[in-house]
Design a protein around this ligand. Structure first.
Ligand code: CMC
Length: 430
């Protein structure tokens, strides 16, 4: 809290409120409107939270104009180059990079919580074969609360940590199980001799009849994608986790709610939508038509993978991923015609005044889907991949929320626009 205030006066009634300015370590300051209604009789109206900070947080910082993304102060570019996903998860949760012994313990703990209970495996049998893996993951993650009664006491810091580890550990197991069930293959157990991303790829692709040949490039690429997707401050799914968390709900329910929020095409579902869009466009020659359609407000069509609520110059994750995209496709020997469509679309949109004026640049999801495709991950799994990575951020925010004294239940207000008070009319008089 700084000692500055912002005074807001209603000229008509002459009632005013002196609003304390709240400043963080970086970024724009805010003024605290907590007492505004009491002092002036006004609420604030901000659909989509365009100008509203819902919490203080020390996890992630974004400067949308400068294209800056920091996890606990570390630039995403440095983490992408030097770190790995599990180390980043540790950083997000604990606030500091681990020493070697701290990392070894964390990795051991995550590795030894990767198994699902056998009865949870049976849940998958209850789904129709063509169920979307996001639906299965959401249900399976929510159901973890029914299995782990030893980590539901949210007042106990040790239980909270255990739940966080379990969620990071089990998400890949659940995700791979959802995929395997959907294609009618046996669900694989996690192999603890493998690292996090290799273990996941093994559970996805290993068949009982022959050993799996995995390119190390695949696990490395996946690890990088997971780093880039691990957190993004108060995005829709993280805000959902926090809102559900504010009610005191258990961590598995909170993360299941986060998965639900992530599923939407305006959020994590965009990577799946990008691939569908590229396939629909079909070839580089048809890109011009697609761009025209996206500019026509009546078409209901938007270029998926373009634009961002916060980044208005460029998405730093997209810059990293774009470079990797070409490298991975080259190293895996993939020659994907959809990549030609993507590159043509990127160039066309970057030159088009409609997109330039509105600062609509390719976002992280524009490229991530292409890489996932090259790794053999099916389109329906793309958002699930995002969910695996974002679990690190969700639990970091959930833990932070529960370490904050005097936290309140999240309860937005509204501007009521319905009928004014009226009397009930009997059915024969309507
Ligand atoms: N294609 C065409 N026009 C667009 C697009 C697009 N992808 N995105 C925004 N616009 C236009 C929009 O019609 C509006 O035009 P006008 O000012 O003439 O009315 C203007 O740009 C501003 O759009 P907005 O909807 O007010 O912007 P927003 O900040 O509310 O929405 C967004 C951000 C990401 C939801 C939006 O850009 C979008 O729908 N993009 C496509 C979906 C997508 O790629 N989502 C992934 C986001 S990154 C992953 C993540 O962090 O979850």
């Amino acid at each position: 809290m700084s000692d500055k205030t912002v005074v807001l006066t209603d000229a008509a009634s002459n009632r005013s409120a002196s609003l304390p300015v709240v400043a963080g370590t970086m970024g724009d300051p805010a003024f605290d409107i907590g007492k505004l209604n009491k002092d002036t009789g006004y609420f604030t109206y901000d659909p989509g939270f365009m100008s509203t900070a819902a919490t203080k947080s020390a996890v992630t910082f974004i400067d949308g104009d400068q294209g800056v993304l920091l996890y606990r102060g570390y630039p995403i570019e440095q983490l992408a180059k030097n770190s790995n996903f599990l180390e980043v998860a540790y950083l997000l949760i604990n606030g500091e990079l681990p020493r070697a012994d701290e990392f070894a313990k964390f990795e051991h703990d995550v590795t030894h919580h990767t198994m699902m209970r056998e009865s949870l495996k049976n849940f998958f049998q209850g789904f129709h074969y063509d169920a979307h893996p996001m639906a299965m993951c959401m249900a399976a993650v929510g159901s973890l609360a029914a299995f782990y009664h030893d980590s539901l006491d949210i007042a106990d810091p040790a239980q909270r940590k255990l739940a966080a580890i379990r969620l990071i550990a089990k998400m890949p197991t659940i995700a791979a199980a959802a995929y395997r069930y959907s294609i009618g293959w046996p669900i694989r157990y996690p192999r603890n001799n493998l690292e996090y991303c290799s273990r996941f790829l093994h559970m996805m692709f290993e068949v009982p009849s022959e050993p799996l040949q995995m390119s190390p490039v695949a696990a490395k690429a996946l690890d990088l994608l997971f780093i880039l997707h691990a957190d993004h401050e108060q995005n829709a799914s993280t805000s959902t986790v926090r809102l559900v968390g504010s009610t005191g709900a258990n961590p598995y329910a909170c993360v299941a709610a986060g998965i639900a929020a992530l599923w939407g095409p305006a959020h994590g579902g965009a990577n799946e939508a990008v691939l569908k869009m590229l396939a629909e466009i079909g070839d580089a020659k048809s890109v011009g038509k697609a761009v025209e359609r996206a500019k026509d407000k009546n078409s209901g069509f938007r270029l998926m993978g373009f634009g961002h609520r916060v980044y208005k110059n460029f998405d730093p994750r997209a810059t990293i991923i774009r470079e990797m995209c070409h490298k991975v496709l080259g190293e895996l020997g993939v020659n994907d015609p959809l990549l030609d469509v993507a590159m043509e679309l990127e160039q066309a949109a970057l030159k088009d005044p409609y997109f330039v004026e509105r600062k609509l640049y390719p976002n992280v999801d524009f490229y991530s889907g292409i890489i996932y495709k090259a790794l053999g991950i099916p389109t329906e799994m793309f958002t699930v991949m995002f969910a695996i990575a974002r679990t690190a951020g969700w639990v970091a925010h959930w833990l932070e929320q529960h370490e904050t004294p005097d936290a309140k239940i999240g309860r937005p207000r509204q501007i009521y626009t319905g009928a004014s008070t009226r009397d009930y009319v009997a059915a024969d008089k309507r």
